[in-house]
Ligand binder design. Structure first.
Ligand code: UDX
Length: 451
């Protein structure tokens, strides 16, 4: 390998970009991580991540010390030295649900200006199918012979380091076979360094060999959104059955445990509750619907999944209002959990925030608490909502409590003390993780979603 073959630039230091950069910087590569936001860049230069993610800070700080991770905001400093450029820029959704590709195209255009002859541009951002072909047309206008490869990302927030190290599969798709193989080889290097990296990041090590899948460009683009859309579909399906479970007095957890025991179905992503949030599922579902429309294909199944998901925070709020047996107006209630899931400070499309806002609009006096995302949540919360610094402060003298995120702090809480601190007894388990009998033993009146 030449020095240039070992140098990579990662465009964008979000969850995907920063995790990818930090790990590759420990896998035999020199990695420039390019971040235009000065606030984020300064945090990274100090050897930290600007988001909460298990194990990542130590990987960033040691790689910066070793000189294998170089944070920068300059294309000219980083891109010309790199044989591979990974694009991991943001793809927010447009108001109509389609994907906003402004950053994707500006990153590709800026990189193209400085890329070396014959370099590879690998797309990790989630883009609608057909985007790669448009970027290839752009690249064809230059005489640099840049290969375009779609290399979708499957990491989950909260377990981003683990997922990137111990991947199930790596997908790379493109016209140029050699470039596709070169991208797969980057992950083979990562795989060969993973025990050392896992130990440094205090992540449990595993014996697992990832699968390497080479595809066409359009297939790779479609694989990413299809995988996320299918998982979202499973959750909305579970939530539909949960509503029926409520109506007939069944327990959705019992139902899904037995249904998921069928290997053809599988138990994962069948947990009913307050619905899915985050930076991926809601956007990927709406993006797929928009892609369908663009190509004249109605994605009714995804529209239904989206509708069910929209309905879930309201369904939870309604359960609380009905279970209260007194007027919601002026009642004190607590919502615990504002991140879209445990293990992250990310509050994008967070069901906990939606539930808190709905209860506040109904006239309740709402207190909220999250172990990691209080400050990120603040700007999305109704201004009447009290954001407090502990579970105790949130639940003191409340008539009801809602658990909206499955943080260990909530799942393992002392139920006797919680009951003692509250003024009422309504316990709304919007993550379906509590033992109903245990709660009833402590004098709570339990409401799950489909339980
Ligand atoms: C997801 C995909 O899992 C990942 O492969 C992709 O790269 C990015 O999108 P992420 O958004 O980080 O990852 O979180 P994930 O763990 O998948 O959960 C998404 C949402 O679904 C969360 O709000 C979670 O609470 C919810 N969920 C998940 C359920 O409501 N029920 C389930 O059974 C599983």
């Amino acid at each position: 390998m030449t020095e240039s073959n070992k140098t990579i630039t990662v465009l964008g230091a979000g969850y995907v970009g920063l995790t990818t950069a930090a790990l590759l910087a420990h896998a035999g590569f020199t990695v420039y991580v390019l971040e235009p936001n000065p606030l984020r860049l300064n945090v990274i230069k100090e050897g930290k991540s600007f988001f909460f993610e298990d194990g990542i800070d130590i990987l960033i700080s040691t790689a910066i010390e070793n000189g294998t991770l170089i944070p920068t905001d300059s294309y000219t400093e980083s891109v010309p030295k790199s044989s591979i450029v990974f694009s991991c820029v943001g793809t927010p959704d447009n108001p109509d649900g389609s994907t906003n590709l402004t950053y994707v195209f500006s990153a590709a255009t800026s990189a193209l200006e400085c890329m070396q002859q014959g370099a590879i541009f690998a797309q990790k951002s989630t883009v609608p199918v057909g985007t790669g072909t448009r970027i290839e047309t752009l690249f064809a206008e230059s005489d640099k012979n840049i290969a375009y490869v779609s290399n979708p990302e499957f990491l989950r927030e909260g377990t981003a380091v683990y997922d990137t190290l111990y991947f199930d599969r790596v997908v790379a798709g493109g016209k140029d076979h050699t470039s596709v193989e070169a991208i797969l080889a980057v992950y083979k290097s990562l795989e060969s360094h993973r025990e050392t990296i896992a130990t440094l990041a205090s992540i449990n090590t595993h014996e697992r060999t990832g699968t390497y899948i080479a595809t066409s460009l359009n297939s790779a683009e479609l694989i990413k959104v299809t995988a996320n859309a299918f998982l979202a579909l499973k959750i909305s399906f579970a939530n539909s059955i949960a509503k029926l479970s409520d109506a007939v007095g069944a327990d959705i957890n019992e139902v899904m445990d037995a249904v998921g025991a069928d290997e053809r179905i599988g138990r994962k992503f069948l947990n009913a509750g307050r619905g899915f949030g985050g930076g991926c599922f809601p956007k990927d579902v709406s993006g797929l619907i928009a892609s369908g429309l663009e190509y004249g294909v109605q994605m009714e199944i995804m529209t239904a999944a989206q509708d069910v998901n929209y309905s879930m925070p309201g369904y939870v709020a309604e359960k609380l209002i009905r279970g209260l047996h007194t007027d919601i107006r002026g009642s004190h209630v607590a919502v615990l959990g504002l991140s879209f899931k445990a293990g992250t400070s990310d509050v994008r499309k967070s069901p906990g925030i939606a539930i808190a806002n709905l209860l506040s609009k109904s006239g309740a006096i709402v207190s909220v608490y999250d172990p990691q995302s209080n400050s990120e949540a603040a700007e999305h919360l109704d201004r009447n909502i009290n954001i407090v610094e502990s579970m105790e402060a949130a639940t003191k003298d409340t008539a009801a409590v809602v658990i909206a995120t499955e943080w260990e702090e909530f799942l393992g809480c002392d139920l006797a003390s919680l009951k003692e601190a509250m003024d009422g007894s309504l316990f709304v388990d919007a993550v379906n993780r509590f033992d109903t009998k245990e709660l009833e033993k402590h004098g709570f009146s339990y409401q799950g979603v489909g339980r």
